[in-house]
Write a protein that binds this ligand. Structure first.
Ligand SMILES: NC(=O)C1=CN([C@@H]2O[C@H](COP(=O)(O)OP(=O)(O)OC[C@H]3O[C@@H](n4cnc5c(N)ncnc54)[C@H](O)[C@@H]3O)[C@@H](O)[C@H]2O)C=CC1
Ligand SMILES: CC(C)CC(=O)C(=O)O
Ligand SMILES: [Mg+2]
Length: 371
């Protein structure tokens, strides 16, 4: 198989986590005889510095010509005080909108060997396996007007707006996903307060009639935030508004042990997708080889599955990660309270994952050598 993959490292730890992910992709290429043509582009702060805009035309064109996109992260203190159109985040939001990526899948699956890395009890985090489907191109992050008003700019306005058809599209995606999984859909809203949420709920109930095998529940977002840490095993697929999904997924990441563990896929109706970890550019650890690359690497697995239909290859990546974690390797964010595991650097972690693609690999031997 020959495919073109646009690679947009962005800012902060973006490049660091992408380096390892590309090594893993290369290992898949070598092992299975595929050809992935990697074409690099700029987005976010890096694009502002080089092109004067967070989403250059050539980056957008590159993504449109590619079969899939791998993205690191954008943002950082250097651009924090920029005017709104010259902020790195504007580039990412623009990319999602321009490419029509209305559904963002954020799987939250805990690893048995990482139970000690989570601040939650093992009985709570064991066997957690759900997907947050976040609406990605509308809602509070895109509604107009968004502005400062008043003589002294003392009023700030953001708008949470949805068209019915925007909700329908993402809700259908979520129902389809739930149909392929454990057949339970939790729709999260704030229908006791927000008009847009009341319409969201109506649409979910209408669309539900087309998926009679899927059980539907509605939760208010505040209660959902509580249940995510109280009884996370009850969830299968969660569908929700853009900002609610953004916030809940960072919260949910701690079930796995770290924000650095969560991958995501930003999708539309065809097989194209932008694949990126859930985390941001982490300026506090950037440039020090400390970041956890596993969210990014799992995003590669999501790309192989969804955009290229390479299920076995994706499974190999997931298995390799599982083996590496079982063998005790941890980046600093996963080292837990007791610090009993060897802490490895970003590049070492991805090297260990890559090693699992080579025959006769014996992780116990490598672990012994490392210790
Ligand atoms: N998709 C994206 O590109 C996103 C970009 N951002 C941007 O990133 C910048 C920093 O935002 P923050 O609020 O600090 O969020 P963040 O997600 O970058 O970091 C939050 C905390 O998690 C840690 N962390 C994140 N990823 C990690 C990893 N892979 N390994 C180990 N630790 C990790 C960081 O060190 C930090 O303590 C901002 O400019 C923000 O706008 C934030 C979220 C998403
Ligand atoms: C525009 C992004 C910076 C928002 C975000 O935090 C995310 O997509 O996870
Ligand atoms: Mg976020």
């Amino acid at each position: 198989m020959k495919k073109q993959v646009a690679v947009l490292p962005g800012d902060g730890i973006g490049q660091e986590v992408l380096n390892g992910a590309l090594d893993v992709l290369k290992a898949v290429e070598d092992q299975y005889g595929h050809e992935f043509e990697i074409v690099q582009g700029k987005i976010g702060g890096a694009a502002i510095d080089h092109h004067g805009t967070p989403l250059p035309r050539e980056t957008l064109d590159l993504c449109k010509q590619s079969d899939a996109v791998l993205l690191g992260a954008v943002g950082g203190p250097k651009w924090e005080d920029n005017p709104v159109d010259l902020r790195p985040e504007k580039g990412l939001l623009g990319l999602r909108k321009e490419l029509g990526l209305f559904a963002n899948f954020r799987p939250v699956k805990t690893f048995e060997s990482l139970q000690d890395a989570s601040p939650m009890k093992p009985s709570v985090v064991k066997d957690v396996d759900f997907v947050i489907v976040r609406e990605l191109t509308s809602g509070l992050y895109f509604g107009e007007p968004r502005e400062r008003r008043g003589k002294n700019r003392e009023i700030a306005v953001d708008t949470l707006q949805y068209e019915k058809k925007e909700i329908e599209k993402v809700v259908h995606k979520a129902f389809q996903l739930a149909s392929e999984r454990r057949k339970k859909l939790t729709s999260v809203d704030k229908a006791n307060v927000l008009e847009s949420s009341r319409m969201w709920r109506e649409v979910v109930n209408e669309v539900a009639t087309e998926y009679p095998t899927v059980e539907v529940e509605h939760l208010l977002v505040d209660a959902a935030a509580m249940k995510l840490v109280y009884q996370p095993k009850q969830f299968d697929v969660i569908v929700t508004e853009n900002m609610f999904g953004d916030i809940l997924s960072d919260e949910a990441s701690m079930l796995t042990g770290s924000l650095g563990m969560l991958p995501s896929a930003s999708l539309r109706e065809d097989t194209f997708g932008v694949y990126e970890p859930v985390h941001g550019s982490a300026p506090d650890i950037a440039g020090r080889n400390l970041a956890n690359p596993l969210g990014m690497i799992q995003s590669v697995a999501m790309m192989l599955r969804h955009s290229f239909g390479l299920h076995e290859e994706a499974e190999m990546i997931d298995q390799a990660i599982n083996e590496v974690l079982k063998a005790g390797y941890r980046t600093g964010d996963l080292s837990g309270h007791e610090k009993i595991h060897p802490v490895v650097k970003t590049d070492e972690m991805s090297d260990f994952v890559v090693e699992h693609f080579t025959p006769n690999y014996a992780i116990s031997g490598i672990l012994a050598a490392y210790m």
